[in-house]
Design a protein around this ligand. Structure first.
Ligand SMILES: Cc1cc2nc3c(=O)[nH]c(=O)nc-3n(C[C@H](O)[C@H](O)[C@H](O)COP(=O)(O)OP(=O)(O)OC[C@H]3O[C@@H](n4cnc5c(N)ncnc54)[C@H](O)[C@@H]3O)c2cc1C
Length: 387
């Protein structure tokens, strides 16, 4: 078992650290206040080839695999979760195309993403169904060699900027899991509107909208994979992206702890730096240990996906990484805020933003409860063997 990162990955991480410190870190508070990631940050990401981090070379990607993408997300999210989500959105909508798309769909959409020419968004959640993915109602009615889409997708991250959407839809109303298909739909297709934007607690740099499809006609070339074969494609895609969401949590936890440590080394109380109190040291020790545990869970999960192991059998390990790293992000940002005392609760310091940004991580891409269900079923059912 080799725990060392390759030379290529280490070199990429070191270069990225410089870019993040120069380009992202000074803008993070502004991104939160203004509610968007500015064009020059996106351009810097494009130039550094970050849009193709999670993709194979044959589609214009870096070839550094999901592990490469996770390392990049980790570095960026140490300073700015919204900017980390920009990278998540290069992979979340692309996964169903990668696993189920035709050569032509991959050429158009994946190359569009990796070159930074196209931005994408992913729509599975609906107003009446989130965790229960098989409960979606958006209808894709077949008319000859076309489908007519009617319904809405809610909580679509990046909806405002998207050039295309990857969505799940119901193609057979009589069947639950067996009646779902996945589609890729260009934003400029007639019948698509974004009717409402949410006002989220955190990650304010990324838009969160409800995308409505009204008699939206798409050709059969929009279907991803097999008609009514969308549910397994959706599950594999979601499984494969869990390490990336986990990497958001891992980076955020580190950024929060690092900031609090700097502060407590300077801040004096009772005649000494706050960092010298045992209460501070033990808090830091616990978080550092949990961050190290999260790091190995995330890197291992990303490596599984890179080995093609994102199916049902490996889903519990991908879920463990997501569960642990995202819950750690909430805990670490809360503990770090506490380490600053009153200042932690103000906008003069970034920890209130880290806390707001962390809070969504245990909800998106399958809540913590759903991750525990995936893991718990495998443990209780004996799929994970302990003796
Ligand atoms: C910031 C943000 C960004 C998002 N981005 C996207 C996106 O880009 N695309 C997209 O499709 N969706 C997106 N979502 C939606 C997100 O994936 C859903 O909110 C999430 O899956 C939960 O669904 P729900 O909100 O409908 O909650 P519900 O499914 O209604 O769940 C409500 C509560 O019940 C619990 N629960 C449900 N079922 C079970 C069960 N079987 N066992 C135990 N507890 C259960 C849940 O854990 C939760 O606590 C985003 C959400 C947020 C907040």
């Amino acid at each position: 078992m080799d725990f060392a990162l390759s030379e290529d990955l280490l070199e990429m991480r070191d270069q990225l650290r410089l870019l993040v410190r120069e380009t992202v870190a000074p803008r993070a508070a502004d991104i939160d206040r203004r509610g968007r990631v500015p064009e020059d940050v996106l351009a810097a990401f494009r130039e550094a080839g970050l849009a193709g981090k999670g993709y194979p070379v044959e589609y214009g990607g870096s070839g550094l695999g999901l592990l490469g993408l996770c390392l990049a997300v980790e570095e960026i999210t140490k300073y700015c979760c919204s900017s980390g989500v920009v990278l998540l959105l290069t992979r979340l909508p692309g996964a169903p195309i990668l696993y189920g798309g035709t050569a032509a769909q991959k050429e158009k959409y994946l190359r569009g993403i990796t070159s930074g020419r196209l931005r994408a968004a992913f729509g599975n959640t609906e107003p009446q169904a989130g965790s229960d993915s098989a409960g979606i109602r958006l209808l894709a009615g077949r008319e000859g060699d076309h489908y007519v889409l009617n319904g809405a997708k809610s909580f679509v991250w990046g909806a405002a900027a998207a050039d295309f959407f990857v969505i799940s839809a119901r193609t057979d109303p009589e069947s639950r899991h067996g009646g779902i298909s996945m589609f890729v739909v260009d934003r400029d297709t007639p019948g698509i509107s974004i009717d409402r934007f949410e006002q989220p607690m955190g990650v304010r740099g990324i838009s969160l909208g409800e995308v409505v499809f009204s008699n939206c006609r798409v050709g059969a070339g929009s279907l991803l994979g097999r008609e009514n074969g969308g549910f397994p494609l959706l599950m594999k895609s979601l499984n494969s992206v869990r390490p990336v969401v986990a990497a958001l949590g891992l980076g955020l936890a580190q950024g929060a702890l690092a900031y609090a440590l700097d502060y407590t080394r300077e801040r004096q109380a009772f005649g000494q730096p706050v960092a010298r109190f045992q209460g501070t040291r033990w808090k830091a020790a616990t978080l550092a240990t949990e961050i190290q545990a999260a790091r190995w869970l995330v890197y291992h999960a990303a490596t599984l996906v890179d080995q093609g192991l994102a199916g049902k059998e490996h889903a519990p390990y991908l879920a463990m990484a997501k569960l642990f790293a995202t819950e750690l992000a909430v805990k670490a940002s809360s503990e770090a805020l506490q380490m600053l005392g009153g200042c932690g609760y103000t906008r003069a310091h970034p920890l209130e933003r880290f806390y707001r940004d962390a809070r969504q991580l245990t909800i998106v891409e399958g809540t913590s409860e759903i991750q525990r269900e995936i893991i718990g079923r495998a443990v209780v059912g004996g799929a994970i063997d302990y003796l």
